[in-house]
Design a protein around this ligand. Structure first.
Ligand code: ZN
Length: 175
């Protein structure tokens, strides 16, 4: 099953911290392949495993959305080990289709992770890549960008989402 279904905000799997990946098995390789395909098909710049219903600490990012082969990053057991500065910009999420909000993030972020060869590496992101790195590691901690919004903004957004969801409008946006 190459392209997997992306779960939406409201599903409890998105709000639980994920478990560390124990080893790089064929199953993990298959999952990563599917996640990359699912991210490109959406299209999106990042996808966390719990967004396809798998509660593992694993994410993929490609801020070029497939344009630049070097831009693809597979993050297994990623941890943010450093961050600095701040930026406020519009942010969306494949699990909250059709909505964006201005979210504050660090201007720079350093993430340590393991790649598909089992090798540890660090990635330093600035600007949009820093935002993507923080967004995806947040997912793996059970956090969505809505949790980064102020109380009023957050309740307004969740109200709108609940309404759209009840009206069945979400499936139209992202079948
Ligand atoms: Zn997201």
């Amino acid at each position: 099953m190459p392209i997997r279904r992306i779960v939406k905000y409201g599903d409890p799997v998105l709000e639980k911290a994920t478990a560390r990946v124990g080893g790089i098995t064929d199953e993990i390789r298959e999952l990563v392949k599917d996640m990359i395909e699912t991210m490109y098909a959406a299209p999106g710049v990042g996808l966390a495993a719990n967004q396809v219903g798998v509660p593992l600490r694993l994410a993929v990012i490609d801020i070029s959305v497939g344009e630049d082969p070097d831009a693809l990053i597979v993050l297994i057991n990623p941890e943010v080990i450093g961050s600095s500065g701040k930026q406020i910009d519009e942010e969306g999420c494949l699990s909250i289709p059709g909505y964006t909000e201005f979210v504050q993030r660090p201007e720079k972020a350093i993430v340590r992770a393991v790649n598909l060869d089992g090798k540890e590496f660090t990635v330093e992101g600035e600007g949009f890549l820093a935002r993507a790195l923080c967004h995806e590691t947040d997912h793996l901690d059970g956090k969505l960008y809505v949790h980064r919004l102020s109380g009023i903004k957050r309740s307004l957004l969740t109200k709108r989402i609940r309404k759209a969801s009840a009206a069945g409008e979400w499936e139209e946006v992202y079948p």
